[in-house]
Ligand binder design. Structure first.
Ligand code: 4NP
Length: 158
């Protein structure tokens, strides 16, 4: 079993989007029994909440249902439990490193490392912007999700 955790600030926009996009891809590839997928936030603002309505609508237009997801806060035990702990931006990355046991810090990465054709290394926070920001998040996340799955296949031989 390979375990993947997506992390943003609030766990209501970017990381649930990444969770939904990656789960759809993994399902299409018939690998759901081999890859566990979850998401969390570095802050506690939205614990227990469903994803932002704009994130849900944008994902739904691409055939992805985020409605059942609920916000939670990332903890040090997540870094023990998950093989890949993928931050949406540098702030999330630094906050994760701050709670990571030292010997596990290499599990924490910027998600866009896996979108090798993109110049950006952060998924911009869409929360305070317009609906275009959510489409942009989806485009970036879809590309990184492909790269991540390719990396997992290479590393784990499936
Ligand atoms: P996310 O977006 O980190 O992609 O879930 C945000 C959600 C909520 C807030 C900021 C960003 N907030 O300030 O409440």
């Amino acid at each position: 079993m390979v375990r993947v955790l997506f992390v943003c600030l609030g766990n209501i926009c970017r990381s649930p989007t990444a969770e939904g996009v990656f789960r759809k891809l993994v399902e299409q590839e018939g690998l759901l029994e081999l890859i566990e997928i979850d998401s969390a936030g570095t802050h506690a603002y939205h614990i227990g909440e469903a994803p932002d309505a704009r994130a849900q609508q944008a994902a739904a237009r691409r055939g992805i249902d985020l409605s059942q997801l609920r916000g939670r806060k990332a903890t040090a035990s997540d870094i023990e439990a998950f093989d890949y702990v993928l931050a949406m931006d540098r702030d999330n990355y630094e906050n994760l490193l701050a709670i990571s046991p030292d010997h596990l810090s290499s599990r924490v990465r910027l998600f866009l490392e896996y979108a090798s054709n993109r110049p950006e290394d952060e998924v911009p926070d869409p929360y305070f912007g317009g609906s275009g920001g959510f489409e942009r998040v989806l485009d970036m996340v879809e590309e990184a999700a492909e790269g991540l799955l390719a990396d997992i296949r290479r590393q784990h031989d499936f």
